[in-house]
Ligand binder design. Structure first.
Ligand SMILES: NC(=O)c1ccc[n+]([C@@H]2O[C@H](COP(=O)([O-])OP(=O)(O)OC[C@H]3O[C@@H](n4cnc5c(N)ncnc54)[C@H](O)[C@@H]3O)[C@@H](O)[C@H]2O)c1
Length: 320
């Protein structure tokens, strides 16, 4: 049985597929016509970030499962998979530690003058340290976590470790489950207005597009740091640029963009109060290894040994 790998993954997963007697090949040509041909007879696809829409998927005559290397699946036509009883897997146990550490790195970098301090010492200006701008603690600060799923919960644990006050906006959860995690449930606008730090962990869909736009930015405090490691499009980039330009908020950290990679002259590149990373919050070595293996296990177990499969990883089990 043939499995296509779309995008480079850690070898661990490929070894697992081969050990289980699958014929594995890495797709090199991502042009649409070539994809249609190379995916024609595969039973499984291990997918990184390439877009798989109906136009391509309808040429996959034998496809049984797409296994995402990650947890977001906005690059796949889920309706098509549901209608055709093709499974969609995700790597639900792999990402949260790496992404939540990335969030804490943004928080720390954006409040501690790290790059200015580094430059000062290297330029021989140690004695001028009192001339650096004020910098701040996370201790006792209020953080708003928007979306309290796998990653939001891991961010909360780390923030509590820093003795922060943790507020959560997630209307799909009851207050008790949020309070059990030692966090405080709060309404969206109230949370935006009180938070010193805001971090977003939502799926991208029609309800979350432009979830943070001008009106939400206007509610935030002048010292607020906003971080988005979820998906581009959830924060309106034009509105964020304007807010940062006039220092309406203190700073922002972005790992994800409306269009990836962002255009070469993206307005964010002109700002000093934004820290940008290339959608790599989950790309630590450890996390890549876990994602590659878990994505491959989804394929192997779904096709050969359902008892072993982590059913939480099957996004569309009710359609299969
Ligand atoms: N930057 C990266 O490399 C990276 C890596 C992994 C995941 N992600 C992204 O992070 C996001 C979160 O992932 P996760 O695994 O925590 O997802 P998850 O599904 O476990 O959690 C999402 C949470 O958001 C809540 N939610 C949904 N719609 C909401 C709304 N309108 N308002 C408030 N809350 C809402 C849900 O109730 C759920 O608790 C996803 O978009 C995923 O694609 C990015």
């Amino acid at each position: 049985m043939k499995i296509a790998i779309l995008g480079t993954v850690h070898p661990k997963g490929l070894e697992f597929l081969k050990d289980n007697e699958f014929e594995v090949f890495e797709v090199e040509n991502f042009e649409i016509q070539s994809l249609k041909e190379s995916l024609k007879s595969v039973v499984g696809i291990l997918l990184r970030t390439s877009k798989l829409d109906q136009d391509i998927l309808q040429h996959c005559d034998n496809l049984k499962i797409i296994s995402r290397h990650g947890v977001g699946y906005d690059n796949v036509d889920l309706d098509f998979l549901n209608k055709n009883k093709i499974a969609l897997g995700i790597t639900s146990t792999s990402n949260a530690a790496s992404v939540s550490e990335h969030v804490m790195s943004f928080f720390i970098y954006l409040t501690k003058n790290l790059s200015l301090s580094d430059r000062l010492v290297k330029e021989g200006n140690f004695d001028k340290r009192s001339q650096l701008p004020d910098f701040f603690e996370l201790y006792k600060k209020k953080v708003l976590i928007i979306g309290f799923g796998r990653i939001g919960k891991e961010v909360a644990k780390r923030c509590l470790g820093f003795d922060m006050e943790v507020y959560v906006y997630d209307p799909f959860l009851d207050s008790d489950s949020i309070e059990k995690s030692k966090c405080i449930p709060i309404e969206k606008n109230e949370g935006l207005a009180l938070a010193d730090f805001i971090t977003i962990h939502l799926p991208l869909n029609e309800n979350t597009t432009n979830f943070i736009s001008k009106s939400e930015l206007n509610l935030m405090k002048k010292n607020t740091v906003l971080v988005n490691t979820s998906r581009g499009g959830i924060v309106n980039e034009d509105d964020l640029y304007q807010a940062l330009k006039v220092k309406k908020i203190q700073g922002a950290g972005m790992d994800v963009y409306t269009s990836e990679p962002p255009e070469p002259n993206h307005p964010f590149f002109k700002l000093d109060n934004i820290l940008l990373t290339p959608h790599n919050a989950a790309l630590t070595l450890e996390c890549r290894e876990r994602m590659s293996l878990e994505a491959s296990q989804n394929i192997v177990y779904f096709l050969k040994n359902m008892n072993e499969l982590n059913k939480e990883n099957l996004v569309n089990k009710k359609y299969l």
